[in-house]
Ligand binder design. Structure first.
Ligand SMILES: C[S@@+](CC[C@H](N)C(=O)[O-])C[C@H]1O[C@@H](n2cnc3c(N)ncnc32)[C@H](O)[C@@H]1O
Length: 443
């Protein structure tokens, strides 16, 4: 069977957990070292898709160097286009497979693979390990996510049955393959309605598959090499190249008790480790961080408290995201907000189903998610003269043929929209804008 699908582009996603600052916070929680995140370092994302996250990280950490690797040339070209639009001098998108990347790239302090390990075959996994063995610096961190056992065992059985029914034959066009699987799953559901009763994850998959976009179905579930793994299997593979497990990138899962009921937390405290944790949680997905033993950053992390608070953070506050690492002081700002070229471009890119807008935050080295309305407001306020945000946004809405429903009527004219928007824009300038400045989203 052919390997990873390349005929259909993977939809752009945003993966906040691969940010170096986030990986450092996880290492801090585990009491382990990490490379410095507030001075030059090198980051590489393997299997980066269209490279949105790597581009965003390059915008959020302009002092560091970023590389995105993906063997699909359409993906690398999309990443390159956004890097141009965002005027990012510190990122490169490589149309290379993992083996070629091992030869071509320089050594890295951080390497991330999101949505890769589960989906590629044994040869590509070996290439990933060989890349890490050669290119991860001592003291460096690796992020790897994968579809996990035992939570996905039922879904793995469904996939085995789909393969057994001969539904993934490569000679069919991809859209036809997905359509045949959809049809077959619908018949399975009708023939065996109780099949998924004992397995909520299987039930969710069976339900979701009918509505899944073709590209997502092909890449996420029907990729020929798809495989769910136990944590221990991935850990063994990493140990074989000298990497040690550090923590989960899902921070609350690292706290003692890992959000389990008291009796289960008690059992876990006695032993059983990650395997028992995964059994108790019926884990379906894991994001893990590994480390090559070596020197750690000498300076301690600096922290930014969200919504008040100060001083040394507690593990619980870090796990809850109430306090996050600070990688740079936000630029001193006054007057109209200024958007970087990347954030200006990102305001126009919808990522994910909610059509959210994801912007780079230079103080935290990560991202901020805005809903679409707030993104419109920010764009208007940033490009208008003083006090002109409401009129600017009203003009845009009129140009796009949009309206706002208010007080039982529909407002679609510029003057009416301007009046309607003025209080909302004033509230944005008073409350949200100062927060965006503090995070370094605007200068
Ligand atoms: C499921 S997508 C994940 C994309 C992105 N990391 C994300 O999470 O949105 C997996 C990506 O790995 C890339 N890929 C698969 N095998 C590869 C290989 N051997 N070398 C380089 N890239 C590969 C695919 O082209 C695809 O873009």
């Amino acid at each position: 069977m052919a390997g990873y699908p390349t005929g259909v582009a993977y939809p752009a996603t945003h993966q906040p957990a691969i940010a170096p600052a986030h990986l450092a916070a996880a290492a801090w929680l585990a009491g382990q070292g990490h490379p410095a995140i507030d001075r030059p370092y090198r980051f590489c994302e393997l299997g980066a898709g269209s490279g949105f996250t790597t581009n965003l990280l390059a915008a959020a950490n302009p002092f560091a160097e970023f590389h995105a690797v993906d063997f699909n040339p359409d993906h690398a070209a999309a990443g390159e286009r956004l890097a141009w639009a965002g005027a990012l001098p510190n990122v490169r998108h490589h149309a290379l497979d993992f083996a070629a990347a091992r030869e071509a790239l320089p050594d890295c302090d951080f390497v991330a693979l999101h949505g890769v390990w589960t989906w590629v075959g044994d040869a590509a996994r070996r290439d990933v390990l060989a890349f890490l063995a050669r290119r991860l610096r001592p003291g460096g961190l690796v992020f790897v996510s994968y579809t996990a056992r035992p939570g996905m065992d039922g879904v793995a059985a469904l996939r085995a049955a789909i393969l057994g029914a001969g539904l993934l034959a490569e000679e069919q066009p991809p859209a036809e393959r997905v359509a045949r699987v959809r049809d077959w799953i619908a018949r399975l559901r009708a023939a065996a309605p109780a099949l998924a009763d004992q397995d909520p994850t299987l039930a969710t998959y069976i339900d979701a598959f009918g509505a899944m976009a073709d590209a997502t179905a092909l890449h996420d579930f029907l990729a020929p090499d798809w495989r769910a793994e136990f944590h221990t299997a991935v850990r063994d593979a990493m140990a074989a190249i000298g990497l040690e497990w550090v923590a989960e990138a899902d921070l609350p899962m690292n706290l003692p008790g890992a959000a389990l009921p008291a009796a289960q937390a008690g059992l876990l405290a006695e032993g059983g480790g990650e395997a028992l944790k995964d059994l108790l949680h019926r884990r379906t997905f894991r994001r893990d961080i590994y480390r090559r033993p070596g020197p750690a950053a000498e300076s301690p992390l600096r922290w930014l408290w969200r919504n008040g608070g100060s001083g040394d953070p507690t593990p619980a506050a870090v796990a809850a995201g109430e306090v996050v690492p600070l990688v740079a002081e936000p630029p001193a700002a006054a007057g109209l907000p200024r958007l970087s070229p990347f954030n200006r471009a990102a305001l126009e890119i919808g990522i994910g189903r909610e059509d959210a807008r994801i912007l780079a935050a230079t103080a935290t080295g990560g991202s901020v998610v805005l809903d679409r309305t707030t993104a419109y407001i920010l764009a208007a306020v940033a490009s208008a003269g003083p006090g002109g945000g409401a009129r600017m946004m009203a003009r845009r809405l009129v140009a796009e043929g949009r309206s706002i429903a208010a007080g039982g009527r529909t407002v679609a004219d510029e003057a009416g929209l301007t009046r309607l928007l003025e209080p909302r824009i004033a509230a944005f300038e008073a409350a949200e804008l100062p927060q965006l400045r503090e995070l370094g989203v605007v200068a």
